[in-house]
Design a protein. Structure first.
Length: 577
């Protein structure tokens, strides 16, 4: 990464713009454009993430930093912002196309530039963050206000107009600068803005509001169509521009990608890695590379199944619920990471997916080994990317009262059934949060979590711990837009009953074989297979269900545990091996 180099360019109206170049001098050029009240410093977290691959250009908008500050309000019209952008392009990339990442009013100015005939030869791709075209915004707000017979769209237009009402206040001479200075003195601006913008820059450049706000409401081009590849990063928590404003952007952009981000307005500061990844993936694709999975998933209008272009990881996928879950997600278009302590069984699952036209990668994994799970997660994320859905399914059975179960076996059940879930969440949840674009975790518990049985002490304890752990983690992950479903199957016909260890009371070892055969017959007669659990898991992820019992008896016991828990405790006393 080269040191930052400062230069100055002159815009069409004579305003001098400060430009900063850094990064890879031989790489493709990416230009980063900021909005109000920021300067080029807005991009300080993003630039290092792009610098190895790109030649990175930032600049100070007019009125900010070392750029000139015109006195006339008209000098801050979006046409002048587009002129500044043009001047920067002519200086840093004469005759060639650049990739662009822009935020807030900077993004609005780039949209303005894209209305010019020559823009298609100068912009290779455009990633827009929290700054829609004024033409498109006008069509959404004014267009829907004129159609009260569409109540949902009408209500959205009213809400969005209300969100923009501060712009009217910011357009009042004398009063607006006074309010901004007062907000800086009171520290209110810093409570809204995560950075430390300059009060002098904010005041000098806020002429952008009177120069554009009322004009944008009163007028829109009828044909602002864009053929340049456009990528929207839509901040779900943006208090100024609501996410639904972008729902009809595909009417205006012929090649469109959209990434919804659980972020506020200033995503360049809160989620720099997300923006850097988005720009890189689109730029590399436009320059000829195959699209990355994240970019494929973001493409608007792409024909896909529900989990198409998604990556799903399933542990314990060598048989039973895990295998059927992997097959079910693959049938919905997902690419699978299948793991199991039995590597051959995982490979067999991957082969079944491939035989049905899907894609899967098999790994051996002991979920009770925390270091192994972390190494597995690092390898998966490095080779395939961060999974969109993580299913922590691997588990073992155990039958026996507490006093009859050897301590090492009791610990082993918790290490696998609880520890495996904890290890999986620890390894992947942080990566999902860091990625910033949501995801889903599925933790497979059991109806045993809320149905005490003295003859299955270790197993019930481990599944109850998974249930409570998941409730706690769900609350923690929700703020990052990551869902978590706790799945509680009932009596399911899988091979777990064949592999369950029995620890009988003293003198009753001879009854184990008969008891196992009896349970196997009961499970087989139940005829409720793991495929039904898999279907429930896929549905629960689609609908973001927090708790999903599976099978009638699981629902019955779930309700009973809430209404009459003593009944279940009484039943547990009589349940012996």
């Amino acid at each position: 990464m080269t040191a930052m180099q400062e230069s100055f360019v002159e815009s069409a109206d004579g305003v001098r713009i400060a430009v900063y170049a850094q990064g890879n001098p031989t790489g493709p050029t990416v230009v980063l454009v900021h909005g109000w009240p920021d300067s080029h410093v807005l991009w300080d977290g993003v630039v290092p993430l792009l610098a190895d691959r790109f030649r990175v250009i930032t600049y100070d908008n007019r009125g900010v930093g070392r750029s000139d500050a015109p006195r006339r309000v008209a000098s801050f019209a979006m046409a002048r912002y587009a002129d500044d952008f043009q001047a920067v392009l002519d200086a840093v990339a004469p005759g060639s196309a650049v990739h662009v990442l822009a935020h807030d009013w900077g993004s609005v100015g780039v949209w303005e530039y894209l209305a010019r005939p020559e823009s298609g030869q100068r912009v290779a791709s455009f990633t827009s963050v929290s700054g829609p075209s004024t033409d498109h915004l006008n069509r959404f707000v004014v267009g829907n206000l004129l159609r009260p017979y569409r109540p949902r769209k009408f209500a959205q237009a009213v809400a969005q107009l209300g969100r923009l009402s501060y712009m009217g206040l910011f357009s009042i001479p004398v009063l607006a600068p006074t309010l901004v200075r007062a907000s800086f003195r009171a520290g209110q601006m810093r409570r809204v803005h995560p950075g430390s913008p300059s009060v002098s820059d904010a005041v000098a450049s806020m002429k952008v509001y009177p120069a554009n706000f009322f004009r944008a409401l009163a007028h829109a081009r009828p044909d602002h169509h864009v053929d340049v590849p456009v990528q929207l990063v839509v901040n779900a928590r943006d208090p100024f521009v609501r996410h639904y404003v972008y729902d009809e952007t595909d009417r205006w952009a012929s090649r469109l990608w959209r990434r919804d981000l659980r972020a506020g307005h200033w995503a360049p500061m809160s989620h720099p890695a997300v923006l850097a990844t988005a720009v890189t993936e689109l730029a590399e694709h436009v320059d000829g590379a195959e699209p990355a999975r994240g970019l494929r998933r973001a493409q608007v209008g792409r024909d896909r199944k529900h989990f198409g272009d998604m990556l799903v990881s399933v542990t314990g996928a060598g048989s039973g619920i895990g295998r059927e879950t992997a097959l079910a997600f693959a049938a919905e278009g997902a690419e699978l990471i299948v793991s199991d302590i039995d590597e051959q069984a995982a490979s067999d699952t991957a082969a079944r997916i491939a035989a049905r036209g899907g894609e899967a990668h098999a790994y051996r994994l002991d979920v009770s080994d925390a270091e192994a799970v972390e190494a597995f997660a690092a390898r998966v994320c490095d080779e395939h990317g961060v999974p969109d859905v993580v299913v922590n399914n691997a588990g073992i059975g155990q039958a026996g009262a507490f006093l009859d179960t050897p301590a090492d076996q009791w610990d082993r059940v918790l290490d696998v059934n609880l520890g495996g879930v904890v290890n999986g969440c620890r390894a992947f949840a942080g990566r999902l949060v860091e990625r910033g674009t949501g995801g889903h975790v599925v933790n497979v518990s059991s109806m045993a979590a809320y149905a005490p049985l003295q003859s299955m002490n270790a197993y019930c304890t481990s599944k109850a711990a998974v249930y409570m752990f998941s409730d706690c983690l769900r609350a923690e992950l929700s703020s990052a837009g990551i869902g978590l479903t706790t799945v509680c199957p009932g009596v399911i016909d899988t091979n777990i009953v064949h592999t369950t260890r029995f620890d009988p009371p003293p003198g009753k070892a001879g009854q184990v074989a008969g008891r196992r055969k009896q349970l196997e017959a009961m499970f087989a007669a139940r005829r409720y297979g793991p495929d039904k659990v898999a279907m429930a898991i896929v549905s629960a992820v689609q609908k973001n269900k927090p708790i999903r019992p599976v099978a009638p008896e699981a629902y019955l016991l779930y309700g009973t545990s809430r209404i009459a828990p003593q009944a279940l405790r009484s039943t547990a006393r009589g349940n012996v091996m």
